[in-house]
Design a protein around this ligand. Structure first.
Ligand SMILES: *Cc1c(COP(=O)(O)O)cnc(C)c1O
Length: 413
């Protein structure tokens, strides 16, 4: 029997770090009939989502919306700004940084992959996959580039494979300190609308994002937020591009339309998500995720297991990676938890496969859904015979009870 026609009672616990659970309000908005994408009503919808999404990126400049997954928007960022053989500096923070680097290589770009060079105590194989972008290494490398051949610096904001949120402002400072003209391109596919992100203030030239993480939408649309310098670079860049080309999109977007059929129903969903996020206020959205992250990390600490992110300064507010004890297959643990408790956790990606799992705490969650997630993990670990130092459930309950959400305090006042 196909598993697809089987729905157990209650909600499935979709606790992977994207796709994140889609709120009913967004699902309902998306169920409206599809309209003519060249018709009179469509322009209003287009203009609304295009200006709303600028507020989420914190930019006054154009944002291109693609009917594609985040991977497509990665390609769009590269092929609009670069030419074959161009040299770019990328930073290895984890699996997603590595996939982006592989893509750049496939497109004929020459990549240089900087990485943290220390030795890790808990998981030697992890290398730099437990830490954030080291801006000082970027600055030193750019200073050595006296010919100014490096065209772009590419980094991942929230590395979803590890649970590390890098300091993007420090990367901009490093580029400026070196007096280097390289463009700054940032993947904030899983950071946007969960972790603080400021496209204009941080001097980012292209920010890449997607729908299925902090924006609480199903997968299927993605974004390039642009800067005037990125638009300027696109005029002389020569990598082949047609579907991804910014010029026609930006031109037609002025009236709220696209050169081809956009994903109409996902734009209804985006319109609803923007209403929800902007009514809450971005500062509240970020604070909500920070608090959830702290509550979930309290559980991991109580279990006595190492958190994948080794540097507390860059803990992700979006997800927490947990390193399983030596000899425990993290994927077998995930399978058991899924089978027994209808709870999906993120797998260890790339070289972390089998050594860790990821708990998402983003989007349409609340204290009790997160405590339930922690309970599912704790029961699964006990069933797997993993020795735990203490109860993570108790630690999460204590954290959430003693740190009231700002919204709850406001309601009580
Ligand atoms: C999810 C994700 C991607 C890939 O996006 P897709 O929509 O799966 O193509 C890339 N980078 C990061 C940081 C992500 O979280």
């Amino acid at each position: 029997m196909l598993q697809l026609d089987f729905h157990p009672t209650g909600r499935h616990f979709l606790q992977i770090p994207g796709p994140s659970p889609v709120p009913d309000r967004i699902l309902r908005a998306m169920s409206l009939p599809t309209i003519d994408h060249r018709g009179p009503e469509f322009g209003g919808l287009g203009l609304k989502v295009l200006s709303g999404i600028q507020k989420i990126f914190q930019t006054r400049h154009p944002v291109a919306i693609y009917p594609a997954s985040g991977t497509g928007a990665w390609e769009a960022a590269l092929c609009n700004t670069l030419s074959a053989g161009d040299h770019v500096l990328m930073f290895e923070t984890g699996h997603f940084a590595s996939l982006w680097q592989k893509m750049a290589t496939r497109l004929g770009i020459s990549t240089e992959f900087l990485t943290w060079e220390g030795k890790d105590e808990h998981l030697p194989l992890a290398g730099g996959w437990r830490r954030g972008v080291q801006a000082d290494l970027i600055e030193a490398r750019l200073r050595k580039d006296t010919e100014r051949t490096i065209r772009a610096v590419c980094v991942v904001h929230n590395e979803t494979s590890t649970g590390v949120t890098s300091d993007i402002a420090s990367v901009r400072k490093a580029i400026d300190a070196a007096g280097h003209p390289a463009l700054l391109m940032v993947d904030s596919i899983s950071g946007l609308a969960s972790a603080d992100f400021r496209h204009d203030e941080w001097g980012v030239d292209v920010t890449i994002s997607g729908s299925q993480k902090g924006l609480m939408l199903p997968p299927g649309i993605s974004f390039n937020a642009l800067s005037p310098r990125a638009l300027e670079a696109s005029k002389t860049a020569t990598l082949p591009r047609a579907f991804w080309a910014w010029d026609e999109i930006v031109e037609m977007n002025k009236d709220g339309y696209w050169p081809y059929t956009p994903n109409t129903n996902l734009l209804y969903g985006l319109s609803e998500a923007l209403d929800m996020l902007l009514a809450e206020g971005l500062d509240n959205v970020f604070a909500r995720h920070q608090r959830w992250g702290a509550g979930v990390r309290a559980a991991v600490n109580a279990w006595g297991l190492p958190i994948q992110c080794a540097d507390p300064a860059v803990y992700s507010p979006v997800l927490t990676g947990v390193i399983t004890p030596e000899g425990v297959d993290a994927d077998a643990l995930r399978r058991l938890i899924h089978q027994r408790f209808d709870l999906s956790l993120g797998t260890g990606l790339g070289k972390l496969k089998g050594r860790m799992f990821r708990m998402g705490h983003l989007g349409d969650s609340n204290d009790l859904t997160l405590i339930a997630m922690v309970a599912g993990v704790e029961m699964g670990m006990k069933l797997s015979g993993i020795a735990l130092a203490g109860s993570g459930v108790q630690a999460s309950m204590d954290y959430f009870a003693s740190h009231a959400a700002p919204a709850a305090l406001k309601k009580a006042a």
